[in-house]
Write a new protein. Sequence first.
Length: 266
Amino acid sequence: MRSGLYRIAHILASANVLFLAAFVGAQQPVQPKPEDTEIWQPVPKIVAPGATDADPPSDAIVLFDGKNEDAWVSAQDHSPARWFVHDGVLTVNKAPGVGNIETRRRFKDYQLHIEWKIPTDITGSGQARGNSGVFLASTGPGDAGYELQVLDSYNNATYVNGQAGSIYKQSPPLVNPDRPPGAWQAYDVIWTAPRFNADGSLQAPAYATVFFNGVLVQNHFELKGQTLYIGQPFYQAYSTAPIKLQAHGDKSQPISFRNIWVRELN
């Protein structure tokens, strides 16, 4: 009898030990492993960079390579562009009736590289000194679009939300890294287009990040709408849009562009 009771007590004790061990084990957190946070798929596609920082990568759409303006049309009537191509550069044509040019292709989100130069013998002052613009989305001949300002801002005073590197009339550049007239300047832009609901109302605003001569001047700036010369900005629904270059009506010497390419980020 005593032997039986002893066996029962031993079995119960063993069961308690096992239960306690299981309980303690259940309370112990699972130790993380490096593999828990590794992602293997999908593998990013390979894009070959350009030979220099300014050269287009292998997946870029080249908009101007110094040879012709085939990628561009008149912003007014979509006829062939009539600016001047010479010595590997594209120069604004300020003749009456020529006007702005825009890309044949339409874009949504993208990375843009564009270089521009103010003439060495530039004249004028303020907004009448090498004025032009890169319209990151040109939504129609009657619409203002979204302008990144081009201007001689080297020792040239004007309103700060209208100097080079500004999102026109909305955001001054963080700093002024402008080079003197006669030197090539470079913009590198990340453009996130606005999104609209089916009824045309705004779903998400546009954002622009801009490097000016390699210096950050717009840090994921949230646009308030189109960049208007007069009045408050507002959004007007669109899906995709061309990139536009401005032939400004000031009387100063026309500026030039070169090495223009874009990478779609859709």
